[in-house]
Design a binder for this molecule. Structure first.
Ligand code: CP
Ligand code: NVA
Length: 306
């Protein structure tokens, strides 16, 4: 039997994502009504963190517990990974002992190698290339507030990073337009975009033009994890790329603002926008819990009745 992994958003088909969104709504409602739901009783999730985390750590740990299972938290430093044990060996050992693995690491090839040797599903909890759990939550949050994302426009203000490339996969999957405005030198890597992406993507030099008319404006930290050496340079290069009230005023009047968090007020987003009426960042963060519960249940048990 082949094992289903979630290494990129596009690993699941559109109808599987729609199932997950329906299931998320159901699981969220159970949670809000204090209904016990333990389909993953006695199942064990191993979490491997090679980078820091607040939301991913808490949402996966709380999520597996709420589904009746439990988790083990591993970091490179306190495992033999830190002493050079090959990822293929670690994958074969861990996946004989647990039911599910979530990994946050650097290069996508690390989770691909892990998955190739794993007996159990592997979930990408962020790599340098993709952050699929976050975009699952973001698209769910948009649908929760605005019914459908199909045909809408999402403006990405910032570098073409792991979040951006996952949004691009989402644009193709869910049929919406993605606007990108990145500072010079931080734009798309041509080899990561194909002709099939073109109908879904518009690239702008001016972030104000990218935001104009958008249904969702979203951004991210100027310096992603692993790029800390570039922080000072990025602060200069990104200075004109803050999502502020002036930019939000150009978006559609009903536009939402999202940020995967953690946020740096006064850098990529103004205090007023982050805390303003159009911001749904706290719902977005909470929905990490609910979408990932639906995802874990799906990867282990397949489709459920609701
Ligand atoms: N958005 C997100 O993934 O947050 P953490 O880095 O805190 O997990
Ligand atoms: N692009 C950011 C997302 C953090 C959740 C990073 O990779 O650090």
């Amino acid at each position: 039997m082949t094992v289903k992994h979630f290494l990129q958003l596009s690993d699941l088909a559109r109808d599987e994502h729609h199932y997950l969104f329906d299931r998320t709504r159901h699981l969220k409602s159970l949670f809000k009504n204090y209904v016990i739901h333990h389909p993953l009783q006695d199942r064990m999730l191993a979490m491997v963190f090679e980078k820091q985390s607040t939301r991913t750590r808490v949402s996966f740990e709380a999520g597996i517990h709420q589904l009746g299972g439990s988790s083990i938290n591993l970091t490179r430093g306190d495992t033999q990974l830190g002493r050079g044990e090959p990822i293929e060996d670690v994958a074969r050992v861990i996946s004989r002992m647990v039911d599910l693995v979530m990994i946050r690491t650097y290069d996508q090839s690390i989770i691909e190698r892990f998955a190739a040797y794993s007996r159990v599903p592997v979930i990408n909890g962020l790599t340098n290339q993709y952050h699929p759990c976050q975009i699952l939550a973001d698209v769910y949050t948009f649908i929760e507030h605005r019914q459908s994302i199909q045909g809408r426009t999402v403006a990405w203000i910032g570098d073409a990073n792991n979040m951006f490339y996952t949004w691009l996969q989402a644009a193709r999957l869910f049929d919406f337009r993605l606007h990108l405005a990145a500072p010079e030198g931080y734009g798309i890597e041509p080899e990561r975009v194909t002709a099939a992406d073109a109908p879904f993507l518009n690239v702008f030099q001016d972030p104000m033009e990218a935001a104009r008319g958008a249904d969702l404006v979203t951004t991210d930290v100027w310096t992603s994890m692993g790029f800390e050496d570039e922080t000072a340079e990025r602060k200069k290069d990104f200075a004109d790329f803050q999502v502020d009230e002036e930019m939000m005023a150009l978006a559609h009047p009903a536009a939402l603002f999202m940020h995967c968090l953690p946020a740096h007020r006064g850098e990529e987003v103004s205090e007023g926008v982050l805390e303003g009426a159009q911001s749904v960042v706290w719902d977005e963060a909470e929905n990490r819990l609910h979408v990932q519960k639906a995802l874990m249940e799906y990867l282990l048990l397949g489709r459920q009745a609701v």
